[in-house]
Design a protein around this ligand. Structure first.
Ligand SMILES: Cc1cc2nc3c(=O)[nH]c(=O)nc-3n(C[C@H](O)[C@H](O)[C@H](O)COP(=O)(O)O)c2cc1C
Length: 411
C-alpha cells in the first residue's frame, strides 16, 4: 500500500542534489488523480502504459509484506538502483535514414536451438502467489501465447508438476519450451530429486543459480520477517556444477555470472550458455549491473558471445535497455520483478507486459536506426562513460583467456 506523496520522498527530494526517482514519472500518478481511482486499489489495466507502471500498481495493491518481498534488494540497495540507472550512461548514436521498415521481422530469436518470438524471457522468481492465486500458471500461459521463454523458479508457488502440466503443446513453434531454475543444497539428494522431477516434466534446460552461497542482507524484507527464498545452502562450487552436469543430459546454464573471469570458467566447464545477472541486486550490494558485466566481457573476451548463448537480467524495464544488451551480443533478456508486479492483474497483466516490451523493442530499435535485431552493432551507442571504469585483464589473464577460447568449440 502506498500514499500518493510520502513525506520521506519530499524530504529526500529536498536533501539530495539529484533525487533518485523510485519510479520514473510515467505520468500515471497525475493521470489517476484526474480519474475515479481509489487509493490503494489496483488501477485499471488499460492505464498500464509503461513497465514501471506495474510496480506502482503492485505497491498500491499488495500488502506491505508481500510488496516488500518482491521489491527488496541487498543492503543499501545501491545495486538495485544502479541496475535501473546505469542505462542512462550510454547514449545512442543513431544513424538516420536506414530502412527500418522490416525490423519487426527480426524480433524472433533462436536460443539454445529453440525458436521464440522475441529476445525476452520471464526470469525465475519465487512466490508468484502473492500477485494472483494462479501464481506462475499465468507465466506459463502468457509465455505460451506470446511464444517467449519461461524459466520457473524452484521456489515457485506452484509445483514443478503443476507447471509442467500447464505447458501448452500448441504454441506457434510446437510444444512449449520452458527451463527450470535450481539452487545448490547442502543435501545434494534434494537437487537430484528436483532434476528428475523437472526432466519428467520435459524441462529443456536447467538454470543453476550460482550467486546465492549464503543468506543475503535484505533489510526491507527482514522488517516483515520475510526470509530469503535462498537461505544458506552449503558449498557452492564449480565441482557442484560438474556434478549437476553429470546428473542430467539437459544443458546446465550458470545464472549469476558477474565477471569475465567466471564467464570463461563457465565456458571452460562446457556450459552451453551463460546467464549474466546480479539477481536484481538482491544478493550482494555493489555487484555490477548486466550492462556493466556485458561490457566487461565484451571488452576483454568478445568471443564469449559467439562461443555460447548469453542471457541476462537485472533492472531491465524498457525496450532501449534490451537493445543495449543485444548490442553487446546478449541473445535473451529477462525480467523478474516486472512480471511479479504484472501478475497482480493475472494472465492479462502478464500478457500485456510482454506486449509492451515487444512493441518498445521494435519501435525503439527503429528509432535507433537498427535494421536487424539479431545483429545489433555495438557502435549503436557510445560506451565511453563505461570504458573509463571497465576492468581490463592483465597479460596473464589474457593468456588464460586465449587458451580457453581456443579450446572451446561453439555449442
Ligand atoms: C521476488 C523475487 C524472487 C526471486 N526468486 C528467485 C529464485 O527463486 N531463483 C533465482 O535464481 N532468482 C530469483 N530471483 C532473481 C530473478 O531471477 C532475476 O535475476 C531478477 O529479478 C532480475 O532483476 P529485476 O527484478 O530487476 O528484473 C528473484 C527475484 C525476485 C524479484
Amino acid at each position: 500500500m502506498r500514499s500518493f506523496i510520502t513525506i520521506s520522498s519530499l524530504v529526500s527530494a529536498v536533501l539530495a542534489a539529484e533525487p533518485w526517482l523510485e519510479e520514473p514519472d510515467t505520468g500515471l500518478v497525475n493521470y489517476l488523480a484526474s480519474t475515479n481511482y481509489t487509493e490503494n486499489s489496483l488501477p485499471l489495466l488499460k492505464d498500464m502504459r509503461a513497465i514501471p507502471d506495474f510496480d506502482w500498481a503492485a505497491e498500491a495493491y499488495l500488502g506491505d509484506q508481500q510488496y516488500a518481498f518482491y521489491r527488496t534488494a541487498a543492503a543499501g540497495e545501491w545495486s538495485y538502483r544502479n541496475n535501473l540507472d546505469i542505462w542512462a550512461k550510454i547514449k545512442f548514436r543513431t544513424r538516420m535514414l536506414n530502412d527500418v521498415s522490416r525490423l519487426n521481422e527480426t524480433l524472433p530469436v533462436i536460443f539454445m536451438g529453440y525458436n521464440f518470438s522475441a529476445p525476452i524471457f520471464i526470469a525465475p522468481a519465487a512466490r508468484g502467489v502473492y500477485g494472483d492465486e494462479r501464481a506462475e500458471l499465468n507465466f506459463v500461459d502468457a509465455a505460451a501465447s506470446e511464444n517467449i521463454l519461461y524459466t520457473a523458479s524452484i521456489y515457485a508457488s506452484k509445483s514443478i508438476e503443476e507447471l509442467g502440466a500447464q505447458k501448452h503443446n500448441d504454441t506457434m513453434n510446437g510444444p512449449q519450451v520452458a527451463f527450470q531454475q535450481i539452487y545448490g543444497n547442502s543435501n545434494e539428494s534434494v537437487i537430484w530429486e528436483q532434476i528428475a522431477r523437472a526432466e519428467a516434466q520435459n524441462a529443456k534446460a536447467f538454470v543453476f543459480t550460482i550467486d546465492a552461497p549464503a543468506t543475503s542482507t535484505r533489510h526491507r524484507a527482514a522488517r516483515y520477517d520475510t526470509t530469503n527464498a535462498n537461505a544458506a545452502t552449503g558449498a557452492l562450487t564449480w565441482d557442484l556444477y560438474d556434478r549437476i552436469k553429470n546428473r542430467t543430459k539437459l544443458p546446465v546454464i550458470p545464472k549469476g555470472i558477474t565477471t569475465v573471469d567466471d564467464a570463461l570458467v563457465a565456458i571452460e566447464k562446457g556450459a552451453p550458455a551463460i546467464y549474466i545477472s546480479n539477481h536484481g541486486g538482491r544478493q550482494l550490494d555493489h555487484s555490477p549491473s548486466p550492462l556493466e558485466i556485458a561490457h566487461e566481457i565484451y571488452k576483454n573476451a568478445p568471443e564469449v558471445f559467439t562461443k555460447v548463448d548469453v542471457m541476462a537480467d537485472s533492472g531491465v524495464r524498457y525496450g532501449t535497455d534490451v537493445l543495449k544488451l543485444l548490442a553487446f551480443g546478449v541473445k535473451m533478456v529477462g525480467m523478474g520483478r516486472p512480471f511479479m508486479f504484472a501478475n497482480c492483474y493475472g494472465l492479462e497483466g502478464v500478457t500485456k507486459l510482454i506486449q509492451i516490451m515487444k512493441n518498445e523493442i521494435v519501435s525503439d530499435g527503429a528509432q535507433a536506426g537498427i535494421t536487424d535485431l539479431r545483429n545489433v552493432a555495438p557502435k549503436i551507442f557510445n560506451t565511453r562513460a563505461l570504458d573509463n571504469t571497465v576492468y581490463l585483464m592483465d597479460d596473464e589473464e589474457i593468456e588464460v583467456k586465449n587458451r580457453v577460447i581456443a579450446n572451446t568449440k561453439k555449442h
